[in-house]
Design a protein around this ligand. Structure first.
Ligand code: PGA
Length: 251
């Protein structure tokens, strides 16, 4: 049985005051979450505050990106061991915003996957097609290429130590959610792709859905057999909405 994971990707949002308020709200409501594992990924500068507030609660936390290097002359970068210093469990890698605005390639993302594992972090590895790619009928080709890059670089066993987040780019922040059927179809394809290398890894691998997931559409997405949780952007910035998604996994 794969335990669902609901992870919040706060992106570059918030202030110290709003982060404190959000964390307080999460702490207050987390008791209602019965099934899902819950994590939040704040902007790096708010990780110490997040650790201070969430230590000892069932909520874990993580980074939104990491460097492929462990230390050195890489201005502006954050290394895996630094995230571990603040007890981060997870790190998001390969988010479409990093791929689009920072030119991250499949190969670089694969290197980040192994850098994360080397530091003891669990990568939340994001993949997904653009609208143009979906309309050209190459969704499966695109996600297969993205997954294969990690399998080739890291090996399938290491892939199995992470989590995949399928996020159709056209659904991110747009209010357009993939229908549960559309999402399930791609999730099942991703699992079958991994199964070509190892059926055991494929069976145990959590594949999250991301893209305009909200309290009112979470339950039907989470009910699908190959959807094992969510990576939540906009709706993770309000405690009630995020907890609403987390509790949708209760039944
Ligand atoms: P969204 O973002 O929930 O705001 O669509 C999801 C993500 O980018 O991880």
């Amino acid at each position: 049985m794969r335990q669902p994971l609901v992870a919040g990707n706060w992106k570059m949002n918030g202030s110290l005051a709003s982060v404190r308020e959000l964390l307080a709200g999460l702490k207050e409501g987390i008791g209602d979450v019965k099934v899902a594992e819950v994590a939040v990924c704040p902007p790096a500068i708010y990780i110490p505050e997040t650790q201070a507030q969430l230590a000892g609660t069932p909520i874990s936390w993580g980074g939104q990106d990491l460097s492929v290097h462990e230390s050195g002359a890489y201005t502006g970068e954050i290394a895996g061991p630094m995230l571990r210093d603040f007890d981060c469990k997870y790190v998001i890698i390969g988010h479409s915003e990093r791929r689009t605005y920072h030119g991250e390639t499949d190969e670089l993302v694969a290197e980040k996957f192994s850098a994360a594992r080397k530091s003891g972090l669990v990568p939340i590895f994001c993949i997904g097609e653009t609208l143009e790619e979906r309309e050209s009928g190459i969704t499966e080709e695109v996600v297969a290429r993205q997954v294969d890059a990690v399998i080739e670089h890291c090996g399938v066993e290491m892939l199995g130590e992470g989590v995949i987040a399928y996020e159709p780019v056209w659904a991110i922040g747009t209010g357009k959610t993939a229908s549960p059927e559309q999402a399930q179809e791609v999730h099942a394809f991703i699992r079958s792709r991994v199964a070509k290398s190892s059926s055991d890894v494929a069976e145990g691998l959590r594949i999250l859905y991301g893209g305009s997931m909200k309290p009112d559409n979470a339950a039907e997405l989470l009910a699908k057999p190959d959807i094992d949780g969510g990576l939540i952007g906009g709706a993770s910035l309000k405690a009630a909405d995020f907890l609403g998604i987390c509790t949708a996994a209760n039944d």
